[in-house]
Design a protein around this ligand. Structure first.
Ligand SMILES: Cc1cc2nc3c(=O)[nH]c(=O)nc-3n(C[C@H](O)[C@H](O)[C@H](O)COP(=O)(O)OP(=O)(O)OC[C@H]3O[C@@H](n4cnc5c(N)ncnc54)[C@H](O)[C@@H]3O)c2cc1C
Length: 401
C-alpha cells in the first residue's frame, strides 16, 4: 500500500507535476496540486516537484515468508480429454534448463482421477520430471477451478516450490491466476522467454508489453514466492521423451468434498472447428503481398496439396482478407511447424516472433531485400502468383495428390 502526500503549504502551484503524471491523476485546484484515484503511486510527480512538496509513503508489507525455504521448479501437467497438453511437456523441457541453472529439481504437479494420474505421471517423468506431486480424486477428473486451485495451493504451501510454470492455455490462464491471488504470489502471464539471473538466481520472465511494442523482462517481487508464469504453447521446443527415466511420485490427498465445489460439468460441447495452427506440421502463410482476399486462393491450394494449415500476417488480417484465427505473430499464434512457407510476407519483427523457430522456413517474396530472407532456410525471389502455383503443381506430382 502507498499514499501520495501533497504538502499544501510547500506547493508553489508551478504545475510541473501535472504533465509528468503518465496517468493524468494530477490537476491544479486553486493553485495547489491535487491527486485523484487514477494515481498508481509510480512516483513520477515526486521526481519532478522542484520544492519537494510531493512525497510517496510506501507501507512495506512485513516479510512473512522465508524465501530460502522455497526450492525446485514445478510444471503444472495439464490434461484434457484423456491427453496431456503438449505445452506441459514443452515446459518440462524449459524447466530442465531453469532447474539446472538454479541447481534444483524439476517436478510435475498433476491432478486427476486414478486413471489419469497413473498414466500422466509416467509421461511427465519420461519428459524429464524427477518428482511428480499428484492428487488423485474423482473431483479432479476434469479441470474445475475450485478443486484444482485447492489442490495446488495445499501442495505449494506444503512443499514450497521456487518456480511454478503453467501453459498459457484456457485452463492454465484460469488456474494460475486463481492460485497466484490466493497465495499472494506474482504471476507473469503469456511469457515468451524465461531465464535465470546468474547472480540472484531469480526467474527472469520476458513477455510483450504495451500492446506488443516492447519486450519486458519481469522479476517477481523478491519477498514473495513462488515465482509463477504462464507460457504460450509452442514457445519452447518439445524435449526428447525417454520412457526409461525414473522418477518419484508423491501422493497427497485432496481435502475437499464435492459440495464445496461451486461448478459442475454437465456436458462438453465441441465448439466450431477452429484453425489449428499450433499443432500443424506445415503452414503456408499469406501476407499483404497476396493483394486481397482472392489472393489467398493459391496459398490455400498449396496448403491443401501439402496437408498444411493456412496462416497469415497481421496485415492480411487487418485488411479483412482472412480471419484473425489465422494470424501468426506476436499478437497472433506462436507456431513451430516443421515447414513454414511465407508468401508475400516481409518478415517484420512481430511476425517473426510467432514463427522464427520453425524448423524450415521457405520465403517467397518479390523483394530480394525483404527481412524474411534473413531467417529463411530457402528463399525464392519472385512473384508469389507464379511461384506458388508452380510449387503446388510440383508437390502434387511428387506426392501423387
Ligand atoms: C504491437 C504490434 C503487434 C503486431 N503483431 C503482429 C503479428 O502478430 N503478426 C504479424 O504478422 N504482424 C504483426 N504486426 C504488424 C507488423 O509490424 C507488420 O506490419 C506486418 O507483419 C506486415 O505484414 P506483411 O509482411 O504481410 O506486409 P508487408 O510488410 O506490407 O509486406 C508485404 C510483402 O509482400 C511482398 N510482395 C508484394 N507483392 C508480392 C507478390 N506478388 N509476390 C511476392 N511478394 C510480394 C512485398 O515485397 C513485401 O515484402 C504487429 C505490429 C505491432 C505494432
Amino acid at each position: 500500500m502507498a499514499t501520495l502526500l501533497i504538502d499544501k503549504d510547500a506547493c508553489t502551484g508551478c504545475e510541473s507535476c501535472v504533465p509528468a503524471c503518465p496517468f493524468g491523476a494530477l490537476t491544479m485546484k486553486e493553485g495547489i496540486a491535487v491527486v485523484d484515484e487514477k494515481c498508481t503511486f509510480c512516483g513520477a510527480c515526486v521526481d519532478v516537484c522542484p520544492v519537494t512538496a510531493i512525497t510517496l509513503e510506501k507501507e512495506e508489507k512485513a516479510v512473512t515468508i522465508d524465501i530460502t525455504a522455497y526450492k525446485d521448479v514445478w510444471i503444472f501437467i495439464e490434461h484434457e480429454f484423456g491427453k496431456v497438453g503438449s505445452v506441459s511437456f514443452e515446459l518440462l523441457g524449459e524447466g530442465r534448463k531453469l532447474a539446472d541453472a538454479i541447481g534444483c529439481k524439476l517436478c510435475g504437479m498433476l491432478f486427476g482421477d486414478k486413471e489419469n494420474v497413473e498414466k500422466f505421471a509416467k509421461e511427465a517423468i519420461a519428459y524429464g520430471a524427477e518428482k511428480v506431486y499428484v492428487m488423485e480424486s474423482p473431483l479432479l477428473k476434469e479441470y474445475r477451478t475450485d478443486p484444482y486451485a485447492k489442490a495446488a495451493i495445499d501442495l505449494i504451501r506444503k512443499y514450497k516450490p521456487e518456480i511454478v510454470l503453467f501453459g498459457a492455455t484456457t485452463q492454465g490462464r484460469d488456474f494460475a491466476g486463481t492460485v497466484a491471488t490466493t497465495i499472494e504470489a506474482g504471476l507473469t502471464a503469456d511469457c515468451t522467454g524465461l531465464d535465470i539471473d546468474p547472480e540472484t538466481k531469480y526467474l527472469k520472465q520476458t513477455r510483450p508489453a504495451f500492446g506488443g511494442n516492447i519486450m519486458a523482462t519481469i522479476l517477481d517481487y523478491p519477498n514473495y514466492r513462488p515465482q509463477m508464469s504462464t507460457v504460450r504453447p509452442k514457445v519452447f521446443a518439445m524435449p526428447q521423451r525417454d520412457d526409461s527415466r525414473k522418477g518419484e511420485i508423491i501422493q497427497e490427498a485432496l481435502q475437499m468434498t464435492e459440495d464445496q465445489v461451486r461448478t459442475k460439468i454437465i456436458e462438453f460441447i465441441k465448439g466450431a472447428e477452429t484453425v489449428n495452427l499450433a499443432d500443424a506440421e506445415i503452414i503456408v502463410s499469406g501476407g499483404r503481398g497476396v493483394g486481397g482476399p482472392e489472393g489467398f486462393k493459391p496459398v490455400r491450394e498449396l496448403a491443401e496439396v501439402l496437408g498444411a494449415a493456412v496462416g497469415s500476417s497481421r496485415a492480411a488480417v487487418d485488411s479483412g482478407w482472412i480471419p484473425y484465427e489465422h494470424q501468426v505473430g506476436q499478437t497472433g499464434r506462436t507456431v513451430r511447424p516443421k515447414i513454414y512457407i511465407a508468401c508475400g510476407i516481409s518478415g517484420s519483427i512481430q511476425h517473426q516472433a510467432g514463427m522464427k523457430t520453425s524448423d524450415i522456413i521457405v520465403a517467397i517474396n518479390k523483394d530480394a531485400e525483404a527481412p524474411i530472407f534473413k531467417i529463411a532456410t530457402y528463399g525464392i525471389v519472385g512473384d508469389l502468383f507464379t511461384v506458388v502455383p508452380m510449387l503446388k503443381d510440383e508437390f502434387k506430382k511428387r506426392l501423387g495428390r
